[in-house]
Write a protein that binds this ligand. Structure first.
Ligand SMILES: Cc1cc2nc3c(=O)[nH]c(=O)nc-3n(C[C@H](O)[C@H](O)[C@H](O)COP(=O)(O)O)c2cc1C
Length: 361
């Protein structure tokens, strides 16, 4: 049924161009610290519908001062491109140097975080705090644009203090400095996640600049995405929280926006296979001992909607798992019923137990 959706034609979803990439689906997975690691991004890419991915945020200071562990923690790889590697920092020279380092290590797009409000970052002038001082913010993006030959993108909030949408003035400065795409989370930093996103700020940013603008904030369904595109004129939609535990969401939303018809959700067996694939990839690619990697996955297990009888008990067992073998014991029997006609890659994965992904970096 399409009744609740603004009628959409394929032309409404226009591809984005960013450096060497033509991005067919203008839907983006928002950067989310603790969630959007390589394993999760790989899964989103595999399931389709998402055009642009972002890494979790990375400290430019840590990179600049040669913290090897920082690089071990972060993985990006050719098989998930295009992916924007997100840096934070407020010192133009330091963040420019960090940008050069990540590009030397294969980054193809660099994103600058101006959306994070947590005191650890914003208290030191980074993240959304830069939106209190548009001049410094402009110097930061200018330094990064000049340091690297790859496209530079920025993610901003509406501003710092409610009622002061400095994102609009900043967006103009960022465009003048050579930034190629801007994503706007339509809340003020002081709001954190409270209240509803005010999408009118996205429209104002879009009207202020010629570069592509991604709208962000509170999109959960295809109908929300359709409404954001229609109300703001934005070029694409970035989705964060709704994609946790639902790496298939982009495929669903893209299909519905392009055709006007909802796509059936992956069936429970397929969802179990996806959760298992996620686990295997994370254990393989997180630079952590297996028990710690499994511990890290708990937050995902609490969000995966398995929709099978006894799902609550299964979730309880999953969050108590200590090793990959424990998770396989729980999920393999559920995944075994996967329909090969619907999900060839999942069947392959379940039968062979092999990893589909490369080893990352
Ligand atoms: C757990 C979590 C971690 C986040 N980490 C980052 C981050 O590393 N960098 C960033 O720019 N935004 C981060 N965000 C903000 C999201 O990218 C996004 O702007 C926000 O969640 C609003 O989108 P949504 O309503 O679709 O969730 C994070 C959000 C959440 C919930």
């Amino acid at each position: 049924m399409t009744a609740s959706i603004t009628p959409f034609t394929p032309a409404t979803l226009r591809p984005l161009t960013l450096g060497r990439f033509t991005i067919e689906s203008p839907l983006a997975l928002a950067p989310m610290a603790g969630y959007t690691d390589y394993a999760y991004r790989h899964l989103v890419r595999l399931l389709g519908g998402c055009g642009l991915l972002y890494t979790e945020l990375i400290s430019s200071q840590a990179i600049h001062y040669g913290n090897r562990k920082t690089f071990e923690l972060f993985t990006w790889s050719e098989d998930e491109q295009p992916v924007s590697v997100q840096l934070y920092g407020s010192d133009p020279a330091v963040i420019a140097d960090a940008a050069r380092s990540v590009v030397d290590r294969g980054a193809t797009i660099v994103d600058i975080n101006m959306g994070c409000w947590v005191p650890k970052l914003a208290g030191r002038g980074s993240g959304a705090a830069l939106l209190r001082d548009v001049e410094t913010a402009a110097r930061v993006v200018e330094a990064v644009v000049q340091a690297v030959a790859v496209p530079v993108t920025v993610q901003v909030r509406s501003g710092w203090d409610p009622g002061h949408p400095t994102a609009i003035e900043f967006a103009r400065a960022a465009e003048a400095a050579g930034v190629r795409l801007i994503a706007v989370h339509a809340r003020y930093a002081r709001q954190a996640f409270a209240g509803q996103a005010d999408w009118s700020i996205i429209r104002q940013v879009k009207e202020a600049v010629g570069i592509p603008v991604l709208g962000n904030g509170d999109v959960i369904t295809a109908a929300d995405a359709a409404r954001m595109l229609a109300e703001t004129g934005c070029d694409g939609v970035m989705i964060g929280r709704a994609a946790r535990g639902a790496p298939w969401l982009f495929r669903q939303i893209e299909h519905e926006l392009r055709t006007g018809e909802p796509l059936p959700l992956p069936d429970p067996a397929e969802r179990a296979a996806i959760a298992l694939h996620h686990t295997r990839l994370a254990v393989q690619t997180l630079a952590l001992p297996e028990p710690i990697a499994i511990l890290e996955l708990r937050k995902h297990y609490t969000r995966y909607r398995l929709d099978v009888p006894g799902a609550a008990e299964i979730r309880r067992q999953l969050v108590q798992a200590e090793a990959l073998a424990d998770v396989e014991r729980i999920l393999l029997p559920l995944a075994a019923g996967v329909d090969p006609a619907r999900s060839a890659w999942v069947t392959w994965e379940v039968e062979s137990g092999e990893q589909a992904a490369g080893s990352g970096r």
